[in-house]
Design a binder for this molecule. Structure first.
Ligand code: FAD
Length: 468
């Protein structure tokens, strides 16, 4: 009997749990739902959406090699998914639906509705844990609660990880030619014309695997040293691929272990540090599931809902456009706008600047990032923003406010990153790029700082203190 394999953010053929299980049962037909309206409502912009759709097209080509046809359906919102999938299953004569689980609230609700619809119709439906090593709820504190702090979560993760959670699943065997043919590759929507993703990011499983191998062979040994320096290409750039499942955490961890004598937490510091970042990714997925209020626009730390944000639209616009007068912030915002990606250290610096120095609600920054990021991922983005704003799980204590100039000197010591993204400042000697004096600023036409660090810091401290 025929199984319908529903692809979502798991766009790969290798090591795909649901696909592997479906193919073991018998013939498979694959489906991808293009939910443009829903994705846009969720705040994704042209970069991520284009990357997603290109990934689905790449998947269609990869599946064709196994004689698995990929059908594409326009299903504007999640609400329409159960009906569309059931109608398709009935038309094809499929008796089962298989998919890998997704954990943010809306996705989970959609999937529950699909499960109910299929069961109601007397059809089989199976979902699988695939994106993370532990199902949310499997790792809990002594009191049985979801973890809200990373370090004990990570300890529990390492304590409980066993080989079976890291074993990879074979790609399906090539099936005999299905009588159902794949849909022609859909055109990209018009919004893709405005996407930087099309030029700079090659979508798909093959490219993800290239990135992984390049990173492991060239960069990972220096990762612990280089990962915080945005001028150095020292990180894997795998985030867009991981967030859409063009590569799995198992493939990443197995490849890292193979270079590290089978170890995950110890051994080569570069590899162990990198694995820790992959566990951060899992942590935020557990948080999104365990504390669904974060998926509904609410702060994890509920008392911070009362915070008196300034929300000055001019300040926000200056931040978005990279005109704050703080070179490291402005350079970072240009990197985001022009490439759809921003270095992790800079995500932290820019997010803290917006929420603390400008006292702008983290939700505005979260939305702006999501609109531009090619790796826009609800759980990681929300986690990062609430961390920076001191409203989240394991958040930065509110009184520890990064000084953007000190961060700049420390993590871009030669001003190389600033020079690359702010041509106006490129003519200045590297050391003077962090905080040019007023004369130099006016000579090159670079704006004065939007706020004074010390003044803004005290203002933020007062505002946060008013909460207690
Ligand atoms: P590497 O350093 O090579 O790390 C490997 C992988 O680990 C990443 O690809 C990612 O999947 C995961 N990872 C690394 N750091 C984190 C982290 N702090 N939290 C969760 N996962 C992590 N990451 C996203 O994937 N999507 C987002 O929308 C996103 N928004 C962020 C917003 C803010 C304010 C902050 C502070 C961080 C955000 N991150 C986000 C996390 C992190 O910045 C990116 O994952 C990282 O920069 C991606 O680059 P890389 O693939 O080269 O990472």
């Amino acid at each position: 009997s025929l199984t319908l394999m529903w692809f979502r953010s798991d766009l790969r053929v290798h090591d795909n749990t649901a696909l592997h299980m479906a193919a073991r049962r018998g013939p498979v037909v694959a489906v991808f739902l293009r939910s443009m309206e829903q994705w846009q409502q969720h705040g994704h912009g042209a970069n991520k959406i284009t990357f997603w759709l290109q990934g689905a097209n790449a998947l269609g080509k990869a599946l064709a090699q196994y004689n698995i046809p990929l059908l594409n359906r326009h299903v504007p919102t999640f609400e329409a998914a159960p009906g569309a999938l059931l109608a398709l299953a009935e038309t094809l004569g499929a008796t089962s639906l298989y998919f890998n689980r997704e954990y943010p609230w809306n996705e989970w609700q959609r999937d529950q509705a699909v499960i109910n619809t299929f069961r109601h119709a007397g059809l089989d439906v199976q979902s699988f844990r695939d994106a993370i090593a532990f199902e949310p709820g499997e790792l809990v504190t002594g009191k049985g609660d979801f973890y809200s702090v990373f370090t004990p979560f990570s300890r529990a993760w390492h304590r409980s990880i066993e080989a079976s959670r890291l074993n990879m699943f074979d790609a399906p065997a090539c099936q005999s030619l299905a009588s159902i043919s794949a849909d022609p590759e859909p055109e990209l929507p018009t919004l893709s014309a405005h996407s930087v993703a099309t030029q700079q990011w090659v979508s798909g499983e093959q490219e993800a695997s290239n990135h992984l191998h390049h990173f492991l062979s060239q960069q990972v040994h220096l990762y612990a040293r280089d990962r915080d320096f945005p001028a150095i290409s020292g990180t894997s750039l795998l985030s867009p691929y991981l967030s859409l499942g063009m590569i799995s955490y198992r493939q990443c961890m197995q490849a890292a272990m193979a270079m590290n004598e089978g170890l995950l937490a110890e051994g080569n510091p570069g590899l162990a540090t990198w694995v820790k970042e992959l566990i951060w990714r899992e942590f935020y997925q557990h948080v999104a599931f365990g504390f669904p209020r974060v998926c509904k626009g609410r702060a994890f730390q509920q008392h911070t809902e009362m915070l008196a944000w300034r929300n000055d639209p001019k300040d926000f616009a200056a931040w978005c456009e990279g005109h704050t007068g703080y070179p490291i912030i402005d350079a970072a915002m240009r990197q985001l706008r022009e490439t759809g990606w921003m270095h992790n250290r800079l995500r932290m610096i820019t997010a803290m600047f917006l929420t603390k120095h400008l006292l702008t609600d983290w939700r505005k920054g979260e939305a702006f990032f999501l609109r531009h990021l090619v790796d826009g991922d609800f759980a990681a983005n929300n986690g990062g923003w609430q961390w920076a704003a001191s409203t989240g799980t394991d958040a930065a204590p509110y009184f520890r406010i990064f000084n953007p100039t000190t961060q700049s000197k420390r993590f871009d010591p030669d001003g190389q990153f600033i020079g690359r993204w702010l041509p106006l400042l490129d003519a200045l000697p590297g050391k003077q790029r962090h905080a040019p004096d007023p004369v130099l600023r006016s000579e090159v036409g670079y704006p004065a700082p939007l706020v004074d660090h010390q003044v803004a810091r005290l203002r933020a401290l007062d505002t946060f203190k008013a909460l207690s």
